[in-house]
Design a binder for this molecule. Structure first.
Ligand SMILES: [Zn+2]
Length: 270
């Protein structure tokens, strides 16, 4: 086994916080770790071939349980993962695995656990039942309680956006630089000068800014004069822009939004 790392040997942390630039990337990593934990193949895990790996890949393995925000009766995602969901998970975690030797809970968008849900999970994260692991996915570890963070091993995953083209990277750093000056007029000029890019570039730019912010929040990149509050505000703003981008909002409108919403209070001054 010495030639394999811990996960490849099927041993994964009991409580692990997976931080990635996007929810998808974090989830992918969590799924791969979970598959390694349940894999019944010999050698490097996940083997990808055994019954457990195939079930994990099809997302139907009974010992890989995903916890996420529920939908309301209109089919809309609720705001939070609730304390009741966490209590259910605690009760379920005390039961033996169904098929595999281990049981894994993947908590998607862990930052959507409200504080009481996070508090309810503390003891479980600190002393999980034998053979049970919890993988918390997030794009922003800072949105979780410090007590939760301190009980988890942290894994940071780089995003695909890092191979993004030069223009997009330059745009993203120029934008953050303009924001960090705190000068509304300068930011407005920058936005007006760049709102002619196409929608693909604009979407890639938003992703890239998110990636840079995630790196800063995870401490992998210098903050460039932005405070934590700035970064959190900008992450939320990028989420909004990404949502607008998906419904084909014009690029000018997106940059207009950036011009007025990027600085604290600049959106509702006067
Ligand atoms: Zn396998």
């Amino acid at each position: 086994m010495a030639q394999f790392d811990r996960a490849e040997a099927g041993r994964i942390p009991h409580a692990c916080l997976i931080c990635a630039p996007t929810e998808e990337t974090a989830l992918q990593k969590a799924r791969s770790l979970a598959a390694a934990a349940v894999c019944s193949g010999t050698g490097k895990k996940p083997c990808g071939l055994c019954r457990d790996c195939r079930k994990a890949a099809a997302d139907v393995h009974p010992d890989i349980i995903t916890v996420r925000r529920l939908t309301d009766d209109k089919g809309k995602l609720r705001q939070n993962i609730t304390v009741d969901q966490v209590r259910e998970m605690i009760a379920d975690a005390s039961l033996l695995p169904n098929e595999a030797a281990q049981k894994v809970y993947i908590i998607r968008e862990a930052e959507t656990m409200n504080p009481s849900a996070q508090n309810a999970a503390l003891k479980l994260l600190e002393e999980p039942p034998a053979g049970v692991s919890f993988l918390l996915c997030t794009v922003n570890t800072q949105l979780l309680l410090a007590t939760v963070r301190s009980r988890c091993e942290q894994i940071t995953v780089a995003g695909e956006g890092e191979d993004g083209d030069e223009e997009v990277r330059a745009l993203a750093s120029a934008y953050l630089k303009a924001v960090s000056t705190g000068d509304a007029a300068q930011l407005l000029r920058w936005c007006a000068a760049n709102d002619g890019v196409d929608l693909r570039t604009a979407s890639a730019f938003i992703e890239q800014v998110r990636l840079l912010l995630a790196d800063m929040l995870c401490g992998r990149r210098k903050s460039g004069g932005l405070s934590k509050a700035d970064m959190l505000r900008l992450v939320a703003l990028m989420d909004r822009c990404a949502r607008y981008g998906k419904v084909n909002t014009g690029v000018r409108h997106l940059f207009g939004l950036l011009a007025v919403q990027s600085l604290p209070d600049s959106g509702n001054r006067g």
